[in-house]
Ligand binder design. Structure first.
Ligand SMILES: NC(=O)C1=CN([C@@H]2O[C@H](COP(=O)(O)OP(=O)(O)OC[C@H]3O[C@@H](n4cnc5c(N)ncnc54)[C@H](OP(=O)(O)O)[C@@H]3O)[C@@H](O)[C@H]2O)C=CC1
Ligand SMILES: Cc1cn([C@H]2C[C@H](O)[C@@H](COP(=O)(O)OP(=O)(O)O[C@H]3O[C@@H](C)C(=O)[C@@H](O)[C@H]3O)O2)c(=O)[nH]c1=O
Length: 306
């Protein structure tokens, strides 16, 4: 039998995806979710799918998926543990991004990777800008500073976003959630009142980072919500907006907590590129709306869902 050419199925064109690392993490999952909402084809990779610190593993994944860009959200975020578990911290935070940068540069694939406000020493009293000199106080901050240097050496066209103090509506791994949860259950919540930060709402960070990537922006960018507060003020504002009693937040000096890693007294991120994220209070309102179900759910239900 002869098949007429017009009856043959049209060949489906290959659309290169965005590769996102950090499948089990807060930021990786948020990127995947928002890419889906925005209609951006994306593949979310776990450590088993691609170990970012292993060049062979990275090369295999790039060959398999042929992405147009890699969004690296993988990393080691346990700031206190990093003081002793430093080999692992440098592997995930410094070696990994450097390996990705070398491989992406070789294949002309765009790269977006994340750094932190903790690269700074906190001696300033006005927002840190991209051109300010990093001088970290702890191992985690140093692993990020070295990553920035190595990534931009291997790949000057990489996009490196410094950000800080996440709060997001899709999991409980953040300070705002813990403060609201404790106060909601009638417990006092202690928070540092001598460390000033610029908190970052994860959906805002993801949307703006994606816009910068699509615009092929390069180099260092600071992204955090507009507005500053101490951790205690953040907890009080969130508590008050949620209709709870802010007097349940007890401010204490950071030193009183006995954390192994030193934190800067001031690590507010500002930007030479202008303020790209909304005001903190606006995003806190959106957080409360978006996370309402999770905040009201019993603890066991949240553990099962996350
Ligand atoms: N959380 C925050 O407040 C802030 C975070 N950042 C930065 O943002 C990024 C994302 O943070 P966040 O989402 O909170 O982190 P999470 O700890 O939630 O997620 C980290 C992810 O990285 C993965 N990972 C670690 N090492 C490797 C590796 N070698 N290969 C592949 N995957 C690996 C982990 O996988 P596994 O489960 O297998 O370990 C996990 O999925 C990090 O770079 C962090 O430093 C910056 C400022 C603030
Ligand atoms: C749990 C808890 C924390 N804190 C303080 C400790 C710390 O300074 C801050 C947040 O605690 P964490 O240990 O979650 O975060 P910490 O490790 O300090 O913060 C950071 O995470 C890394 C990954 C980053 O890159 C930074 O931008 C930053 O947000 O709040 C309190 O004051 N009270 C509390 O009950």
């Amino acid at each position: 039998m002869r098949i007429l050419p017009e009856l043959l199925p049209e060949p489906v064109p290959f659309i290169p995806p965005l590769l996102i690392t950090g499948a089990s993490g807060t930021l990786g999952r948020a990127f995947h979710r928002i890419c889906h909402t925005r209609g951006i084809k994306a593949v979310l990779l776990s450590r088993q799918d691609m170990d970012i610190a292993d060049l062979v593993s990275v090369e295999q994944a790039l060959e398999q998926y042929q992405p147009w860009a890699v969004v690296n959200t993988a990393g080691y975020v346990r700031v206190d543990d990093a003081e002793t578990d430093f080999r692992r911290c440098y592997r995930e935070n410094t070696l990994g991004p450097a390996v990705l940068a070398a491989a992406c540069a070789h294949r002309a694939v765009q790269l977006l990777t994340f750094s932190s406000d903790l690269v700074f020493d906190g001696l300033k009293s006005t927002p840190y800008l991209e051109s300010d000199l990093p001088r970290p106080l702890n191992v985690y901050g140093n692993s990020k500073r070295l990553a920035e240097r190595d990534v931009l050496t291997h790949m000057p066209a990489a996009l490196v976003v410094r950000t800080s103090a996440f709060f997001g509506p899709w999991d409980e791994h953040n300070f705002v959630y813990h403060a609201l949860r404790a106060v909601g259950e009638g417990e006092l919540f202690e928070a540092a009142d001598d460390q000033r930060i610029a908190p970052t709402y994860v959906p805002d960070l993801v949307n703006t980072s994606l816009d910068l990537l699509l615009d092929e922006e390069q180099g260092l960018w600071h992204l955090a919500n507009a507005g500053t507060c101490t951790w205690a003020e953040l907890a009080r504002t969130a508590t008050a907006l949620a209709g709870l009693d802010p007097a349940m937040i007890v401010g204490r000096p950071g030193a009183a907590f006995g954390w192994p890693a030193a934190r800067p007294a001031y690590s507010v991120l500002g930007s030479e590129h202008g303020a790209l994220l909304p005001a903190l209070e606006v995003s806190l309102q959106r957080y409360l709306h978006e996370a309402a179900d999770m905040l009201n759910a019993p603890q066991e239900q949240i553990a099962a869902a996350s």
